[in-house]
Structures are given as structure tokens and as C-alpha cells.
Design a protein around this ligand. Structure first.
Ligand SMILES: Cc1cc2nc3c(=O)[nH]c(=O)nc-3n(C[C@H](O)[C@H](O)[C@H](O)COP(=O)(O)OP(=O)(O)OC[C@H]3O[C@@H](n4cnc5c(N)ncnc54)[C@H](O)[C@@H]3O)c2cc1C
Ligand code: FES
Ligand code: FES
Length: 509
């Protein structure tokens, strides 16, 4: 039997703000999803289940949460989010958009006017993704535009619409009418959102101490401080750590796995911090992928395409950089570029903190140098230095929302025309994210020239023996990996401009 953690308050009622009141749940399994609760318990069937794995967006809802600066509202996939993670937050579904006078919200009205729906199955998800985008641009964030009757302020860029809809699939309408609706919603009389009222509604739901929810022999812990997390982890080394649930959620909905006890990181304030010190950017393990990439892109605009191509916006709104690193999948998109930049992973346990180069964390397929009572606390990324040339490339069958067949990352430091340092890492080429040490050795200390490059490219077959699977054959992986190194050379050769002026101008707002 696990020892009860210190500071725990056995509350066992999940409370969240829903439809203007506090909603309490005490009879649901900790892994019951928000979508199951909506559809099967509350019979609120607007949100649909298409895939139950975060891919199609039919289940998209918006979650409101209190932050140090007020409230945030973000789209997420309700099919892979567990109900107790809603504790202290607000839930909005497609049923909540209608105005008090019964009129459609501009998002819905625009979808009608632009013929953005046919069978309608995907429509609630599209509407919620568009509402999330609308909230980012409406009067509630730009007071000058909030007067009733005024049209929404800033015309949307196509790029913003594409990002907002990156997690929604439609099999009937085609996307053009929906994109038209995204433009049209801003031309209709604006409907503001009262963030202050939401903040007030959320206030009584905030807890001072750890939330402990028990149901049918399973316990869900949501510590609020690092000290509580260390203690609860030490007392329950067999419990499953849950961050954004974008990997773990699928273990339940697709693999029907029993997770046992769960330790949720989403309320640990220290893990949500980003700090720049001693020439490094430190990203707490609880920082969402979207927020983490936004911060990192300020220093490395070369990552802007990866930011946009990592899953979809609702997945990036929920998933964390810490989860991507801790999961340790050989096809995760962040480890290759983190390794190429020389990032360190910071682990914490009862014995304190220890840091190591990220590549040292990965011992074998899904096997890590992390003790049962430890967790990932943060990732430290060195800030750019003089002479650095850096790129990362993702090869996948779709632009958005697809897992990499190969993911490559290169960083090179030149002293004149000579390579003083080089780090090459690939995902999809081995059982772990892995450096190309032989290829690197053939380049280090050499002139960054085409003949040297070609000698090194040939060594890559000694560094990697990739597998064939449903995403790509072994031959494809090897050939494209070699070609990506050639592409890196073409983009960073000695006569090329040094850094960000050549970078693909995707996002990084
Ligand atoms: C539709 C979809 C698309 C996706 N696309 C991509 C993609 O393009 N690229 C990509 O790389 N990944 C992708 N993923 C995978 C996933 O989004 C990422 O791996 C994500 O970063 C996981 O983070 P999380 O916070 O959701 O982790 P969780 O699912 O909560 O946890 C993942 C694992 O890490 C452990 N864990 C989490 N945090 C910690 C911690 N701090 N300390 C110790 N252990 C911890 C958990 O116990 C679990 O084993 C996709 C997933 C989905 C569902
Ligand atoms: S049902 Fe497909 S993303 Fe949730
Ligand atoms: S309208 Fe049918 S799936 Fe989109």
C-alpha cells in the first residue's frame, strides 16, 4: 500500500466552473475523460468523438484557468483530458456560445453564412477552435474595440487561422468555407468576453493545498508546490506522472490501460516558470509546448517552423516540453534539437536535484536514467553564442498534426571557416533520440566544405541502422537523413548569411 503523502487533503470532489455555476463531481474514475463526462454523464452531446486520440478535433473545448496575470482561455482536445485535471478551472463547450438573447455567436453566424458545415460532425470542434481564435482578437483583450456593436478589431492573418485550425479535420466541406468563416466572424458585430467575471468565478475554486481525489481504489494527486510533488512522488513511486496528457491520455482511450494512481503536475507553480540566467534558458517541466516554443523562438527563430508543425494548437496548449522530454519517444520532435543545442535535463527527487546532458537520459528504447522517485523538473537550453549555425528539420507526411518519420537537428560553431564544434542529433533513426557521433567526429576541426561534408555523410550508415515501419522504410530514413545534412550545409555554408536572416518566416509572433 502506498504511504499517504504529507500535506494531503482528501477532498474527493472535483469542482469546476461550468454553465455559470460550480459543478461538482465525486463519482467518476480519475481517468474518465472530459468528453465522456460531457456526453455520457451530462448528456451534453455537442462535442463529438471522432478519434478519441487528439487527432481530429471534433471534441475541442475551451478551458479557462486562473494565472498570475488574470485568466487564460485555451482550446484542448476533451477526448484525452481526464476530468480531475479540470479542478479549479472553467469548461466551455459549443453549447455555451449562444448569446443571452438567443442569437448565434459571430463565430457560429459566420459558419452559417459561409456554408462552413455539411454533415456537421466536425463543426462543433471547428467552432470552438475559431472561438479560441476569436477570444484572442476580440474586445476582451483590446478594450478600444470592445464596445457593443463594434466589429472585432484586427483583421486575421491567414497564418493565424491555419494555426488555429491545425487540429481540426473535416471530411465533407473542404476547408475554404471554414477559412472564409474565420475571416467573416471578425466583420460581424463583436461579442466580448468578460474575463474579470471569469476570474471572480474561479477564485473560490482555488485550493491552498494539494488536491487529492479518490475513487474506487485509485487516487489522483494534484500537488501545488515542488515540495509537495517531491513528497508525494517519494511516497508513491509507482504512481503515473501526468502532465498535459497528450501521450498518457491515449494509453487509456486507445490501449485501455489501467494507470493506477496518478500524480498531476499541472498545478505545481514552480514547474510553470521560465527563467533566463547564466547564459541559459530554463523551462519548467509544466510549461506547455506552445508557451515553451514561444519563449525559445525568441532566441532561436530557427525553431519557428518546428513550433508550428509540432502536433496542433490544442495539443500544444495541453502538452508540455517536460512531457516530450520525459516520454523519451524516439520520434519525439523536441529531443533532437535540444540535444543539438547542448541542453541539459534537470531531474529532482528526495535526494535533491541533478542535471545531465539530455542525451544521457535516454538509455534504450523508452528506458531512461531516471529513478522511480524522480521526475523532470526543467530543461536548460544554452542561449545562442557567436558563430553558431543551427537548424532543425521535420519530415512527415502532413505539414500539421503528424508524427515525424525523421527529425534532424544540427548545430555548428565556426571559427573562421573551421568547425570548432558540431552536434548532430536525429529522431526516428534509432531506439532513442541519438547523436551521430562518428559523423560529428569526421567534421570537427575540419573546414566546413562540400568535400568534407560528403566524407562525413558517408559515415552516417555507421551511426544509424534505422527501422522500417508504417511511417518510412529504413532506406528512406537513411537517404533523407543524409540529404538533410546536405541541406544544412547548403543553408549554412561559409558564404551563407550567419543566422536568423535566412530562417523560414513561419510563426514566432
Ligand atoms: C494528436 C497528437 C499529435 C502529436 N504530435 C506530436 C508531434 O508532432 N511531435 C511530438 O514530438 N509529439 C507529438 N505528440 C506526442 C505528445 O504531444 C508529446 O510527447 C507531448 O510533449 C507530451 O507531453 P505531455 O505533457 O502531454 O505528457 P503526458 O502525456 O502527460 O506524459 C508523457 C509521459 O511523460 C511522463 N512525464 C510527463 N511529465 C513528466 C515529468 N515532468 N517528469 C517525469 N515524467 C513525466 C508521463 O508519466 C508519461 O510517461 C502528439 C500527440 C498527439 C495526441
Ligand atoms: S475525438 Fe478526435 S481529437 Fe478528440
Ligand atoms: S462537415 Fe462533415 S466532417 Fe466536416
Amino acid at each position: 500500500m502506498p504511504t499517504p503523502a504529507p500535506h494531503s487533503t482528501a477532498d474527493s470532489v472535483i469542482r469546476f466552473y461550468y454553465r455559470g455555476e460550480i459543478h461538482a463531481v465525486d463519482q467518476a474514475a480519475p481517468t474518465r475523460t472530459i468528453l465522456q463526462h460531457l456526453r455520457e454523464d451530462l448528456h451534453c452531446t455537442g462535442s463529438k468523438e471522432g478519434c478519441a486520440e487528439g487527432d481530429c478535433g471534433a471534441c475541442t473545448v475551451v478551458i479557462g484557468e486562473q494565472t498570475a496575470d488574470g485568466v487564460t482561455l485555451k482550446s484542448v482536445n476533451s477526448c484525452i483530458q481526464f476530468l480531475p485535471t479540470l479542478d479549479g478551472k472553467a469548461l466551455y463547450t459549443v453549447e455555451d456560445l449562444k448569446q443571452n438573447n438567443g442569437a448565434l455567436h459571430p463565430v457560429q453566424q459566420a459558419m452559417v453564412e459561409c456554408h462552413g458545415s455539411q454533415c456537421g460532425f466536425c463543426t462543433p470542434g471547428f467552432v470552438m477552435s475559431l472561438w479560441d481564435l476569436y477570444l484572442k482578437n476580440d474586445g476582451s483583450q483590446a478594450p478600444a474595440c470592445s464596445a457593443a456593436g463594434a466589429s472585432a478589431c484586427q483583421p486575421l492573418q491567414r497564418k493565424d487561422i491555419d494555426i488555429a485550425l491545425s487540429g481540426n479535420l473535416c471530411r465533407c466541406t473542404g476547408y475554404r468555407p471554414i477559412i472564409d468563416a474565420a475571416h467573416r466572424m471578425g466583420e460581424l458585430p463583436a461579442v466580448g468576453f468578460d474575463r474579470q467575471a471569469l476570474q471572480q468565478a474561479l477564485q473560490p475554486l482555488q485550493r491552498d493545498d494539494m488536491f487529492v481525489y479518490r475513487h474506487d481504489g485509485q487516487t489522483f494527486y494534484a500537488p501545488r508546490t515542488l515540495a509537495q510533488l517531491v513528497a508525494v512522488r517519494a511516497a508513491n513511486p509507482g504512481a503515473r506522472i501526468l502532465a498535459g496528457s497528450t501521450d498518457v491520455g491515449l494509453w487509456v482511450t486507445k490501449q485501455m490501460r489501467d494507470l493506477g494512481d496518478i500524480i498531476y503536475l499541472g498545478q505545481v507553480s514552480e514547474l510553470n516558470a521560465v527563467a533566463s540566467r547564466d547564459g541559459q534558458l530554463e523551462i519548467g517541466a509544466g510549461v506547455t509546448l506552445n508557451d515553451a516554443y514561444a519563449e525559445i523562438c525568441k532566441h532561436y527563430p530557427e525553431l519557428s517552423e518546428m513550433w508550428q508543425r509540432f502536433a496542433s494548437l490544442p495539443i500544444r496548449n495541453a502538452g508540455t516540453l517536460g512531457g516530450n522530454v520525459a516520454n523519451g519517444s524516439p520520434i519525439g520532435d523536441s529531443p533532437p534539437w535540444l540535444i543539438a543545442l547542448g541542453a541539459q535535463v534537470v531531474l529532482r527527487g528526495p535526494a535533491g536535484q541533478r542535471a545531465m546532458p539530455l542525451e544521457a537520459l535516454y538509455l534504450d528504447y523508452m528506458k531512461k536514467d531516471m529513478q522511480a522517485d524522480e521526475f523532470v523538473e526543467a530543461v536548460r537550453i544554452p542561449l545562442p553564442h557567436a558563430g553558431l549555425r543551427f537548424r532543425t528539420y521535420k519530415l512527415a507526411k502532413r505539414f500539421d498534426q503528424d508524427i515525424s518519420a525523421v527529425c534532424a537537428a544540427f548545430s555548428i560553431t565556426l571559427a573562421g571557416d573551421t568547425i570548432s564544434d558540431i552536434r548532430i542529433a536525429y529522431g526516428g533513426m534509432a531506439a532513442t533520440p541519438k547523436r551521430a557521433t562518428l559523423t560529428e567526429a569526421a567534421l570537427r576541426g575540419q573546414v566546413w566544405s562540400e568535400s568534407v561534408l560528403e566524407n562525413a555523410v558517408a559515415l552516417m550508415t555507421d551511426d544509424y541502422k534505422p527501422l522500417s515501419d508504417m511511417r518510412a522504410s529504413s532506406e528512406y530514413r537513411m537517404k533523407t537523413s543524409q540529404n538533410l545534412l546536405r541541406r544544412f550545409w547548403l543553408e549554412t555554408r561559409i558564404d551563407a548569411p550567419l543566422r536568423s536572416d535566412q530562417v523560414n518566416p513561419f510563426v514566432c509572433a
